[in-house]
Write a protein that binds this ligand. Sequence first.
Ligand code: FES
Length: 282
Amino acid sequence: MPYKILEKKEIAMRNIWYKIHAPHVAKKVKPGQFVIVRAFKNGERIPLTPVMWDPEQGWVVLITFIRGKTTARMAAELKEGDELLNVAGPLGNPAEMEKFGKILAIGAYTGIVEVYPIAKAWQELGNEVTTLHVTFEPMVVLKDELEEAVGRHVLETVPIDPNLDFPTNMKNVTKRLVEKVREMLEQEEYDLVFMVGPSGDQKAVFEVVREFGVPMKADLHPIMVDGTGMCGACRVTVGGEVKFACIDGPEFDAYQVAWDELIARSGYYTDLEVKAFSDYLK
Ligand code: FES
């Protein structure tokens, strides 16, 4: 049956791996594209990245980070053998596949799962790819897979300090991320930097990269609803023009992105999201 959960496991704290039967996605998807998943009747539609796939066997792997009601419900209520309601896609544009040369591909938190298929394909194309994953200690994912797929994988972890609130802990990750990117750019010359992660972290990294004058691309994650250019939720300003991340992106030139607008728009529904999550956990 389509969308059957063939495998489900927790691969790190709050990170859940789902292997889904979705032949139409597995046949067509390219690195950089995404799908929109609806797991429950009347439930939210969430964009997720196929991390790996097999066109012959017809499966894709999706990894969710439990950050709200829907991802928490999926983790708690779905089991192997269950079916998702639908998996729409592949959506969005594939990542540009070119010989860029030396690439630094960065993932913050679960952003690394989106980096993985792109970095792997770039390496296979003959680029020299270094990946950097910065996250909390218990949230490391795809370490072995990245070590095998790219030239060099660098992992930087930050402990979660139980005496600090979550936003303060996240600031420690941002600090480590920015320091590490600076150190790596000082040590080596790169032809391209690529980054996936929270937009605040993307902006912080971009500001460092700009100092070194290295080209940078970023996969953007504004709020998405339909994923087909109809709803307008994923509107971003790039190079002074209105773009929709779902059909014009998700990859954009970091030098052209209106970062502050993106960060502000991404936080529009935070209060409602937090309320829905805490109501669900009650
Ligand atoms: Fe609706 Fe992009 S998600 S326009």
